[in-house]
Design a binder for this molecule. Structure first.
Ligand code: MRU
Length: 364
């Protein structure tokens, strides 16, 4: 992949740098972020995407807003910056989490330049926290893959995933893919069924690229294929990520996740959600009623991008005048989730299960 992490601060240029995920897998381009506006645009235009990476980008965005500040009310300007960032994408709670945490490190009792330093440290710290979370999610999920592998007589563990909850969606390793990377490294044979994930094809474009780069056997499937594979014992487990999980265990993730969970439940296949605690919304209970679902431009559905004679082209793929709906996420009810794989361990997708792992959140 070339870049060990998905986002970093370039001290020489004094700019944040990240991979332009809109261009993968055809081009691997680095993009520079030097202002609050550029950070906001990178999130809304999906240069960066995936819940943890969106959070870390927003944290750097808050730092850049502070660094470029030249007004006469620092606190008010930072609150405005927070609102701007929060308005870019509504579903992944990591965004609001990072922005609110960044606001909480700002102090009236120190100078602006000291606050700028604190915000930089916060962004770096969040990035390193996400890396640690991914590693621990990987270790806890690895045990589940190991157990399944012991029943397979040396045959690969067949894992289905949806969208990209890989290193590109995080900083390193990923969430859903972290256990897969560690299993592969440990010599456990795995094979991944990669849902293409219409309309933006994060599975086909990003997850397949990542897994290929790591030498992990995988096969891209159209989104409608999972149920058929499950009915024919070709899937041992499903692991997906999450953009926002409520305290009672309802999971918002990329549109189409719910249908995979239904098919898994009908076929008795374990359906795991891997997520850091930064993707848990401690204030929400009912995912269906309370999680805001992003709706995006219909052109993401009607236009397809691909390579033709070595060049990237966009194509219109259906009647131009047809109406289009483009919901970015859906909610999988807690009852369909076998377990949540978090940085602190695996728990049932229930309020009790979550609070057992995170008792400090009990009185929120
Ligand atoms: O719209 P995206 O590409 O930002 O959606 C990403 C997903 O749905 C991921 O599965 C989710 O953020 C989990 S990332 C570890």
């Amino acid at each position: 992949m070339g870049n060990p992490q998905t986002i970093w601060y370039n001290h020489q240029k004094q700019l944040v740098e990240t991979i332009d995920q809109r261009k993968l897998p055809f081009q691997n381009l680095i993009i520079e972020i030097g202002t609050l506006e550029e950070a906001g645009d990178a999130i809304s235009e999906m240069v960066v995407r995936g819940a943890p990476l969106i959070g870390v980008t927003a944290a750097y965005g808050m730092y850049l807003a502070a660094r470029n500040y030249s007004g006469n009310d620092f606190q008010a300007e930072m609150k405005l910056a927070a609102e701007k960032l929060k308005s870019t994408r509504p579903t992944a709670v990591n965004l609001a989490f990072a922005v609110d945490e960044a606001l909480s490190v700002i102090s009236d009792h120190i100078s602006v330049s000291e606050n700028v330093e604190k915000l930089f440290d916060y962004a770096e710290n969040l990035k390193h926290r996400e890396i640690d979370f991914s590693k621990n999610i990987g270790l806890h999920g690895l045990k589940i893959i190991q157990e399944i592998s012991e029943t397979k007589n040396g045959e690969p563990v067949q894992i289905q995933t949806h969208c990209n909850a890989g290193r590109l969606a995080c900083v390193e390793l990923g969430t859903a893919t972290a256990p897969i990377y560690l299993a592969h490294e440990a010599g456990i044979p795995v094979h991944v069924w990669v849902d293409e994930t219409r309309p933006r094809n994060q599975g086909a474009r990003l997850t397949a690229w990542e897994l290929g780069d790591a030498g992990i056997p995988h096969t891209i499937i159209p989104d409608n294929t999972g149920g058929h594979l499950m009915q024919h014992n070709m899937v041992d487990m499903v692991i997906v990520g999450s953009d926002r999980t409520t305290l009672n265990g309802d999971v918002a993730n990329k549109i189409g996740t719910y249908l995979k969970a239904l098919a898994a439940s009908d076929n008795g296949i374990p359906f795991y959600v891997a997520l850091p605690s930064t993707s848990i919304d401690w204030n929400l209970n009912d995912g269906l009623l309370e999680i805001p679902i992003e709706q995006r431009d219909g052109r993401e559905v009607s236009m397809m991008e691909g390579l033709l004679d070595g060049e990237v082209h966009e194509f219109m793929i259906f009647p131009e005048k047809s109406a289009v709906a483009n919901y970015g996420f859906d909610v999988t009810p807690a009852r369909l989730v076998t377990g949540l794989i978090t940085e602190r361990g695996v728990c049932k997708s229930t309020r009790e299960g979550i609070l057992n792992l995170f008792p400090e959140k009990m009185n929120l």
